[in-house]
Design a binder for this molecule. Structure first.
Ligand code: PLP
Length: 288
């Protein structure tokens, strides 16, 4: 049994109980984060706590902890759970919901205490650094049917869940999304990059996509390594005609995609730019 954190206390996950009146349960009224750690070292911790603060202030919940306190909770969850997992690849999930009210009423209540939850789970090992050993992903492609505030890392994830399920039903790993103008936004749980003629492009940040921490680390890492990277919109046709397509997320790092909607991308194998990109990412990720 793993050890979880709930409202200031560490306990076996099965003993972590909340009220069904919690607004996280009733409305999805909360913010969450996932921080990857490798042998105890987190990746992008500063970015994750800053994004959580932004999300909480966007929905008027006071952040219950300082970054230093979040770090202490993270370190304790990692150390209390390290013997449970067979590897040192541990993801830490943090969740702050508005808390439990006595009635179900949409407006933000006053005087409720936020519910704070954290747990640990095993994540994939770091990506290999050569393309022959990398796992290639296949993805579906769908019109983005989510809300207009995708920059907020909200626990209201039904739109993302439905898009991800469409990919799962099609037997693939993820679903890449395009907006009503046919421009790529992100994937159901990842950001998207494409490569054409050695130029790496990812959509710019706005309300249509999450400001991924891995995305931000990757952009800086690629620039540091002298790779040509830009933030610009690209269409689903551009995506299908790209030389390489990648997904980024805290659990996937930078992952290569070789098939979109049944169409082979480039030569249908993990590409040479990905290899440079993942080496650049690994060289920088713990400094971010
Ligand atoms: N976009 C969405 C919708 C996500 O849910 C996620 C991660 O959960 C990402 C992008 C990638 O974000 P990060 O790199 O911070 O994990």
């Amino acid at each position: 049994m793993t050890i979880a954190f709930l409202n200031g206390e560490f306990m076996p996950l099965a003993e972590a109980k909340i009220s069904p009146m919690d607004r996280g349960f009733l409305f999805g009224d909360g913010i969450y984060e996932v921080v990857p750690t490798y042998d105890g070292a987190p990746v992008g911790f500063k970015g994750h706590t800053a994004r959580m603060s932004d999300g909480l202030s966007a929905i008027n919940i006071d952040n219950p902890y300082t970054p230093e306190q979040w770090r202490e909770i993270l370190d304790t969850l990692v150390s209390k759970n390290s013997t449970h997992f067979s590897t040192g690849n541990i993801g830490i999930y943090f969740h702050v919901s508005r808390g439990a009210d006595v009635k179900r009423y949409h407006a933000y209540p006053t005087g409720v205490t936020p519910t704070v939850f954290g747990f640990a789970f095993e994540i994939a090992p770091p990506q290999p650094t050569n393309k022959q050993s990398a796992k290639a992903l296949k993805v579906a492609l769908e019109e983005d049917k989510r809300w207009q505030r995708c920059h907020i890392k909200s626990t209201s994830l039904l739109g993302n869940v439905m898009h991800f399920q469409a990919g799962a039903d099609a037997g693939v790993n993820e679903t890449i999304l395009f907006n009503s103008e046919g421009m790529i936004t992100e994937a159901s749980a990842c950001n998207v990059f494409m490569v054409k003629d050695n130029v790496i492009t990812t959509p710019p940040l706005n309300h249509q996509l999450l400001p991924g921490i891995t995305r931000a680390i990757a952009i800086t890492a690629f620039k540091n390594a002298g790779l040509d990277v830009k933030e610009d919109w690209f269409s689903k046709e551009d995506l299908l005609n790209a030389d390489e397509v990648w997904l980024t997320s805290s659990s996937k790092e930078v992952a290569a995609v070789t098939e979109v909607n049944g169409k082979q991308i480039g030569e249908g194998i993990v590409g040479p730019v990905w290899e440079k990109a993942i080496r650049a990412y690994h060289a920088y990720k713990f400094d971010a």
